[in-house]
Write a protein that binds this ligand. Structure first.
Ligand code: ZN
Length: 83
């Protein structure tokens, strides 16, 4: 792992960097409500299912792709709700 990668969000258990942004309420953490209030991003690690909060940003590539996906999801949700 390179130095710049270690500054990015990665799973503290398995080191996976393919993290999923999730809503803060989904993290089962004692301070979860507080972090989501503070808009601290929450992540989920797919391989080990660890959910946690991190102030470290995702790698630009993933963040961009997820933003694109979220836009798509929002559009689909809007389409579904307008029916
Ligand atoms: Zn993990």
């Amino acid at each position: 792992m390179s130095l710049s990668d270690s500054l990015r969000a990665h799973c503290p258990i398995c080191g996976n960097m393919e993290l999923q942004r999730i809503p803060g309420e989904r993290v089962d953490s004692y301070f979860g409500f507080l972090w989501s209030r503070l808009s601290i991003p929450a992540y989920r690690c797919e391989p080990c299912r660890h959910k946690y909060f991190s102030i470290r940003p995702l790698r630009a590539k993933e963040a961009k792709e997820q933003a694109k996906e979220q836009t798509k999801e929002r559009e689909l949700a809007e389409m579904a709700s307008s029916k």
